[in-house]
Design a protein around this ligand. Structure first.
Ligand code: ZN
Ligand code: ZN
Length: 353
């Protein structure tokens, strides 16, 4: 399948697209090095420097590799290709082009009309094909395996940082090419910080520990959160756990093509609000996952994105109580023809380690 063709089908036929965003470049071509991508009718070009030429030729045989030369940088090479093809309209990623890059393009591409690409590659990336799904499934498997391992490792007296390093090491040794994002390990009262940075806090008996982490396989991310108890937790934390678990399970079971992100978000939000913790769930229910850890579609109270088969989304409700702690439970899920399917198999029942 030619993903560039799908992108061009969304543009006027006389328009080329110049891609700067590395995730979009990878999606469209398979190329992972530095440089730019230029696609148009009859043009499939990677514009890079000599360090990457050989790798680019291997990674994307359907593309012609153009190296920059002294005095002829990326934009000038793109201009040469446009001139050869007689193309005068160029779609650019208006969301990421810097003021400096825009000035360079206006200087080096005289006579070219710039139009916004308007997130079209990101829209294409929402629906994953079978190969992309397979990569995310594999990343989720490694993530779950690392979780099973870390449950046997955690003991009172360890620091959050120690647990994080062990978890990261396990994912990498299982074959994760890198970490999908910086692992979060938050224990005890630190659990009330949804994006806590693992630190020197020592895990004590009775703490709950929230771990949010993900492996990466062939360019695709997994995203999973589990909260475990180290020794018996207090009554309120136990109650909070049950509420979050219910919100996670009910909203995950409700995934269906045709529903909007905000409809799905509301299902979990209502459960948490009815239990009296509405103020303690301050983030969105989920997000798309793929080449980027956060991508489209959005699953939030403001999202009108409509779920479609092939979307990969997270379902991650949480309750955060300052001074007490927090619980978050998250699965990466695929939207199917008639519902949804979680890709993280690790059980969600409260584990008391
Ligand atoms: Zn996460
Ligand atoms: Zn997430």
């Amino acid at each position: 399948m030619d993903r560039s063709e799908n992108l061009l089908a969304l543009l006027d036929s006389d328009t080329a697209a110049l891609i700067h965003n590395s995730s979009n470049i990878f999606y469209l071509s398979g190329y992972t090095g530095e440089g730019l991508l230029l696609v148009a009718a009859g043009i499939r070009a990677v514009i890079t420097d000599f360090r990457y030429v050989e790798a680019a030729e291997k990674q994307c045989p359907e593309f012609k590799i153009h190296a920059i030369r002294p005095g002829v940088g990326h934009v000038k090479v793109a201009m040469e290709l446009l001139e050869q093809a007689g193309i005068k309209k160029l779609a650019i990623e208006d969301n990421i082009i810097t003021v400096r890059a825009m000035k360079d393009m206006e200087r080096d591409m005289p006579g070219v009309e710039f139009v916004p690409l308007d997130f079209k590659p990101e829209q294409l990336r929402r629906v994953k094909d079978a190969e992309e799904l397979r990569c995310i499934e594999r990343a989720c498997e490694m993530t779950c395996e690392a979780f099973e391992y870390i449950c046997t490792y955690i003991r009172p007296g360890m620091t959050e940082r120690q647990i994080q390093l062990e978890l990261d090491h396990k994912m990498l040794s299982l074959g994760s090419e890198k970490l999908a994002f910086n692992t979060i390990v938050a224990s005890g009262e630190n659990g009330s910080l949804p994006h806590a940075v693992p630190g020197d806090r020592v895990v004590q008996a009775g703490d709950m520990v929230t771990m949010d982490f993900g492996a990466r396989y062939h360019g695709y991310d997994a995203d999973m959160t589990r909260t475990v108890a180290v020794g018996q937790p207090g009554e309120e934390m136990r109650r909070i756990y049950e509420i979050v678990l219910k919100a996670q399970e009910v909203s995950q079971a409700a995934i269906k093509p045709g529903m909007t992100g905000c409809e799905l978000d509301k299902i979990a939000r209502d459960i948490i609000a009815e239990a009296g913790y509405g103020e303690c769930f301050g983030h969105s229910l989920g997000h798309g996952v793929g080449i980027d850890i956060h991508e489209e579609p959005r699953v939030s109270s403001r999202s009108n994105d409509v779920l479609e088969p092939g979307h990969i989304i997270t379902i991650e409700p949480g309750i955060y109580v300052p001074g007490l702690g927090g619980v978050r439970i998250e699965n990466t899920c695929v939207v199917t023809e008639d519902g949804g399917r979680p890709l993280c198999s690790a059980s969600k029942e409260l584990r008391v380690l």
